[in-house]
Design a protein around this ligand. Structure first.
Ligand code: TXD
Length: 308
């Protein structure tokens, strides 16, 4: 049978680190592609040379030829540009739409059976675009943001309380960015809601820090953006699918009426397994939480309209 074949498109910071994590977790053989000549080949070779030390058998292959993704069961899209000085969010939207749209067309023709995890920003809009351009069933197209946002929330909860991150679970809904909706009531330490363990002002401070989590790192790094936690998040989603773990995670998925939303991508809890998005979990939300989720979906709709 052999190992499953996995592909990572875009061999930049998030892409290359995702390839590393997939190989080290022995989730499958990895193909890493990029348009920059020699770069994915160089990074893949470097990673392959770490295999004897890290002790994995998975192969990692770098290429500029996207057709080599053929037969992949799971594909992670990290290809795109970061915002440069003088570039508006709209400029970035259109530029990344061009890149991600082309990638989606290649996936449709070379890996028609793949499950696709989108990482490129603006996340929810790019996930919509991949769904539209591949024509794949909506269970097989999802965006990674909520796993990262809830990992950040979990980290800050553990830091605040001085407890093991392993005991902390958290749920964050909505879009990636300002419209993110952290849910303290559904966030726990060993089953105890954090609302029982922390005063409201500390919960608010931690929620705000989570919402601002990407920007905090960008500010510190001065160039580039976060990639260790984003790649760990993408790899966690790949693992849930490849190993059919039925993990309950937040992901940007196509809604068909859940939470009063239809024909839009938004971050909600889902069950992730071999069938992709196997179930969408509808949590009871307060009016405020629901309103934030709808605001976030409205923003995504605005971007979707620009993409046509
Ligand atoms: O939570 C999340 N979803 C995110 C999203 C967390 C972190 C990063 N997030 C976004 O992922 C970020 O805003 C970017 O849109 C992507 C990738 O971030 P990364 O930090 O890895 O960017 P890099 O290092 O610039 O890498 C992008 C690579 C680069 O090597 C380009 O040459 C390549 O994408 N690229 C392509 N690869 C393949 N095919 C095409 N067409 C292509 N165009 C550019």
């Amino acid at each position: 049978m052999g190992r499953p074949k996995l592909a990572v498109i875009g061999a930049g910071m998030v892409g290359a680190t995702t390839a590393q994590r997939l190989a080290e977790k022995q989730l499958g053989d990895v193909v890493l592609t990029d348009v920059v000549e020699g770069m994915p080949q160089g990074k893949a070779l470097d990673l392959a040379e770490s295999a004897p030390l890290e002790g994995y058998d998975a192969s990692i292959r770098g290429t500029n030829d996207i057709s080599e993704i053929n037969g992949s069961s799971v594909i992670v899209i990290t290809a795109g540009l970061a915002r440069r000085p003088g570039m508006s969010r709209d400029d970035l939207l259109m530029k990344n739409a061009e890149i991600v749209g082309g990638v989606a067309d290649a996936i449709r023709s070379h890996a028609p059976d793949a499950t696709v995890i989108v990482v490129t920003n603006p996340l929810d809009a790019m996930t919509y675009l991949v769904h539209k351009r591949t024509g794949f069933d909506h269970r097989r197209v999802m965006g990674m943001a909520g796993v990262l946002d809830s990992a950040r929330f979990r980290t800050f909860i553990a830091m605040e309380l001085g407890v093991s991150v392993a005991d902390v679970q958290a749920m964050v809904l909505g879009g990636h960015g300002d419209s993110m909706v952290p849910l303290p009531r559904y966030s726990t330490v060993s089953g105890i809601p954090i609302t029982e363990l922390m005063p409201p002002d500390r919960i608010k401070a931690i929620s705000d820090r989570t919402r601002n989590g990407g920007a905090e790192i960008v500010e510190l790094l001065k160039q580039g953006s976060a990639f260790y936690a984003p790649s760990a998040s993408a790899a966690a989603m790949v693992e849930a699918i490849v190993r059919d773990r039925k993990k309950l995670l937040p992901a940007a998925v196509y809604l068909t009426g859940q939470y009063g939303l239809r024909n839009v991508f938004a971050g909600v809890p889902v069950k992730l397994g071999a069938g992709g998005v196997e179930e969408i979990i509808e949590l009871p939300l307060t009016e405020d939480e629901l309103a934030s989720l709808h605001r976030s979906a409205d923003q995504v709709r605005g971007l979707m309209a620009k993409l046509g």
